[in-house]
Write a new protein. Structure first.
Ligand code: 1PR
Length: 527
């Protein structure tokens, strides 16, 4: 029997699904005594350290957890669940009491690389542990974090990972262990690791080893634009420059749950669902999207992002729902990240106009509770052609390799809301910067002019945004062949590339994209 310590934040459904898939039975901690009654305890944590420690204190879990840990009973902490084992974090200014099982603290990444460290990275193994049994040392695991542990005692380090510099990415002392990466989101290798924890009788490590692993991979993401068609069925659709209708009807390219499963099996590094008409309705009334996430997370063990309609909302009875309420429902249904489109534009404009962070915007609220890494900003820009940079002095103008309808060589990228239906006087670069400052952890950078054209990514746009922020950027819109993916990784700093149409229509399978990238020497995960 596995006991899950669920303190109320983040996506614990994936861990539950993974344990159940592995044949484990599961119970949850609902009161402090449940901790000491556990046979094996898993503590999955996502989000913000301060908020986690505060809740553990409020629920009176700290003392029983300490007793459990110091009695050397089987414990596996994931991400924040591992960080909680240390004496404190730079992310926590509250002075709340931490577990202090391991000596050392949690520090923010100090690097010029994008933070959060997000994606599939390798591990350098330092202990011969049953936890890593039957795992190919060249495997990569899914990481998503801005802070990492700094253990004082090197002998407790089970693995390290390199992101600019080497940091401890897994620890083990006796039966107490933890990983910074998410095994429940790391496909087959992650499932093997969880299986090792769940099934092994003896977990103690046999001694030190030194095995080097691989580095961070570029991510290839499959995106599913979802909406109801005219018969009311929820379908995956795909537009050309955001127009999803063919002869009047909404294009139907498949069922969301089945397609997501296919992409997982084909090796997608992440899957993104965009509820493209979410701006119209209140998303919590749109229960099918919650169901899609619940069903998908039973079979798909890579990160899931959901976007569409994430904003504050007052229903017809006057009941107020915050964007945080909406996001929480998505996280509990199996999402790892939420993506905000239209609302981010309005919030950023208000912030830029006043220079004041209200603390109440969707971006701020959600990142405070779930961490920056859980908040993606989906940008839907359109090109505005101009004759020279001086023609749009208030906007970030780029020189384009395309030319405008009247031969213009320059353009700026105007933000839109409601899936391109309305424009705002804000450019994509300013939006990305403002959202980063408000607490966003990643940018999903679409381009309406390129969407569905198969003509390649907009490299100028991607470079402009990538150079303006220090959070990861997902290049999106326009992929038509394998070479477009190598182009985007060789000619921009994008951390990930996303495509929809070519995958849905099976024109270019995911494996072919990965094989092409590997052949060009671009690091990719190939399981
Ligand atoms: O504004 O917070 O409610 O979120 C709505 C979300 O829905 C936004 O993320 C927005 O990008 C998305 N969206 C709205 N309308 C459309 C549409 O297509 N009519 N889809 C839409 C956006 C763009 C990409 C697409 C890539 C790759 N889709 O996600 O998948 O362009 O396509 P390709 O590889 O085929 O070129 P809110």
């Amino acid at each position: 029997m596995i006991t899950l310590l669920d303190y109320g934040a983040g996506n614990v459904r994936s861990v539950m699904n993974a344990v159940q898939r592995l044949g484990g039975t599961l119970t949850r901690v609902t009161k402090p005594e449940d901790i000491l009654n556990a046979e094996k305890l898993i503590f999955p944590g996502v989000g913000n350290y301060e908020s986690m420690i505060r809740i553990l204190n409020q629920k009176k879990y700290i003392e029983p957890l300490r007793e459990y840990l110091f009695a050397d009973r089987p414990f596996f902490g994931i991400c924040l669940g591992m960080q909680a084992l240390f004496q404190g974090s730079e992310e926590d200014f509250s002075g709340n009491e931490s577990l202090g099982f391991f000596k050392g603290r949690v520090a923010r990444f100090k690097t010029n690389l994008a933070v959060p460290h997000m994606g599939w990275n390798g591990i350098n193994i330092k202990q011969d542990s049953p936890l890593l049994k039957e795992i190919d040392p060249g495997s990569r695991f899914y990481f998503v974090h801005s802070y990492h542990i700094v253990p004082e005692d090197p002998s407790v380090v089970l693995a390290t990972t390199t992101y600019d510099y080497e940091f401890a990415s897994a620890v083990q002392k006796g039966n107490v262990m933890g990983t910074q990466f998410h095994p429940e989101k790391s496909g087959r290798v992650g499932m093997q690791l969880l299986k090792n924890f769940i099934r092994s009788e003896a977990l103690h490590a046999a001694g030190p080893v030194e095995i080097r692993g691989k580095g961070l991979a570029k991510r290839v993401i499959a995106c599913l634009d979802v909406r109801s068609n005219d018969d009311g069925d929820l379908v995956v659709t795909k537009g050309d420059q955001y127009d999803v209708r063919d002869k009047g009807g909404v294009r139907n390219l498949g069922r969301p749950v089945a397609l997501a499963k296919r992409y997982y099996e084909e090796g997608a590094d992440e899957i993104t669902f965009l509820n493209i008409t979410g701006f119209r309705d209140f998303p919590l009334k749109d229960m099918p999207m919650l169901k899609v996430l619940e069903e998908t997370s039973k079979n798909v063990f890579v990160p899931l992002t959901i976007g569409g309609g994430i904003r504050d909302y007052t229903d017809s009875c006057g009941q107020v729902y915050t964007a945080l309420d909406v996001a929480s429902r998505y996280f509990r249904s199996g999402a790892d990240k939420i993506s905000i489109g239209s609302d981010a534009v309005e919030v950023a404009m208000a912030y830029l106009a006043t220079g004041t962070k209200t603390g109440t915007s969707a971006i701020e609220q959600i990142s405070r509770v779930y961490g920056n890494q859980a908040v993606v900003i989906s940008i839907d820009p359109k090109r505005v052609w101009v004759d020279s940079p001086d023609s749009a002095k208030d906007h970030h103008v780029v020189q384009s390799s395309d030319s405008g309808p009247e031969g213009q060589a320059y353009c700026w990228y105007q933000c839109t809301v409601q899936g391109g239906r309305q424009v705002r006087d804000l450019d994509a670069v300013a939006l990305a910067r403002a959202c980063e400052s408000l607490g966003a952890g990643e940018i999903l950078l679409n381009c309406i002019d390129k969407d569905g054209t198969n003509s390649g990514f907009d490299l100028e746009l991607i470079n402009a945004v990538r150079n303006a922020v220090s959070i990861p950027v997902i290049a999106s819109s326009g992929a038509g062949c394998e070479a477009h993916f190598s182009q985007v990784f060789e000619r921009t700093g994008a951390e990930a590339a996303l495509a929809a149409g070519i995958f849905h229509r099976q024109e270019v399978p995911l494996q072919r994209v990965k094989a092409h990238l590997a052949q060009r020497g671009i690091p990719v995960r190939q399981e």
